[in-house]
Design a protein around this ligand. Structure first.
Ligand SMILES: [Zn+2]
Ligand SMILES: [Zn+2]
Length: 302
């Protein structure tokens, strides 16, 4: 796996910050990490990310009992990702150059704040090579792999709901699982995010989903990739954590590591509902969660 090689290289070159170093809070104790945060609604110009905005996230993290953050801007915001995603919705949003985000990551790292930087990258079947090129712009700490689009339909987009309906409930879900496994096998990502996203508007997965959870869990284990437990679903019409307990249980049984994410787009949602997520993870026998530094996975007890 390319990730493992990168991780080994970082270790060999001594470039990997020691996660037990006191600079990273959590030394000698459990690290609860929120590995899915977006800064994009901040009061910044796209060419100048203020550290003060991130400090508001760190402040909220402290209140929420979260010791480490993982920032992942949406890849579709960047001009360098133009053409990777389908549809007018995406095309309208590729507005900002990635350099200021990279410069921001460097500034924050120089201050030794407990923050990892990455991207939330859409998986689009057939675009693997271009996605790989885009991701290689910067040595990210981690990359989240997200299936938001199924055959051109944005499954979490209100404006695409009529298209999702005409695709048919069962077909949408079946394709979602197929594309999830393609994303996993692409070797491009560290984590599969919000893995049962099509339930977002309140329609539960069809009966055949159990077999799909197990198949996807096996693919994740084979790819040595993590699954995300994402609390944003609690703030959506479905009112549930992603994914359902049965999906997490299948992943746990297959030995798949899990990461925690709030998918916060503003400071007040950092670590939101993590007590519920941790209780859910423990209920399916997860005893630890992971976070990432330099594409290396670091496990902490829950
Ligand atoms: Zn997402
Ligand atoms: Zn997100």
């Amino acid at each position: 796996m390319e990730h493992a090689a990168t991780c080994e290289r970082a270790k060999n070159q001594g470039k990997l910050a020691d996660p037990t170093n006191a600079r990273f809070s959590g030394a000698g104790r459990n690290v609860i990490a929120d590995q899915h945060l977006h800064l994009e609604r901040g009061p910044y110009s796209p060419d100048n990310y203020p550290v003060s905005w991130l400090e508001q996230y760190l402040e909220k993290a402290k209140e929420a009992g979260v010791q480490r953050l993982g920032v992942v801007e949406h890849a579709y915001r960047f001009v360098e990702a133009r053409g990777l995603l389908p549809g007018a919705w995406s095309a309208e949003r590729c507005l900002y150059r990635i350099d200021p985000y990279v410069a921001f990551a460097e500034r924050v790292k120089a201050r030794h704040l407990p923050v990892s930087f990455g991207l939330e990258m859409d998986f689009i079947s057939g675009q693997e090579e271009s996605i790989g090129r885009f991701l290689s712009i910067y040595p990210w700490d981690f990359v989240l792999g997200s299936v938001h689009f199924v055959d051109g339909v944005g499954v979490d987009l209100e404006l695409d709901r009529p298209n999702a309906v005409s695709m048919g409930h069962e077909r949408l879900w079946r394709r979602y699982f197929e594309l999830s496994r393609e994303a996993v096998r692409s070797g491009l990502f560290d984590v599969l995010t919000h893995p049962d996203l099509p339930k977002i508007f309140g329609q539960p997965a069809p009966d055949f989903a159990q077999a799909e959870y197990e198949r996807t869990a096996t693919a994740l284990a084979e790819a040595d990739m993590a699954l995300e437990c994402n609390t944003a679903g609690l703030r959506k019409p479905v009112g549930e954590i992603y994914p359902v307990p049965a999906y997490l249980a299948a992943a746990q049984a297959a030995g798949v590591p899990v990461s925690l994410g709030s998918d916060a787009h503003e400071p007040e949602n950092v670590g939101r509902n993590f007590a519920d997520a941790i209780a859910l993870l423990r209920s399916v026998q997860y005893g630890s969660a992971v976070h990432f530094v330099g594409r290396c996975r670091i496990s902490s007890p829950l």
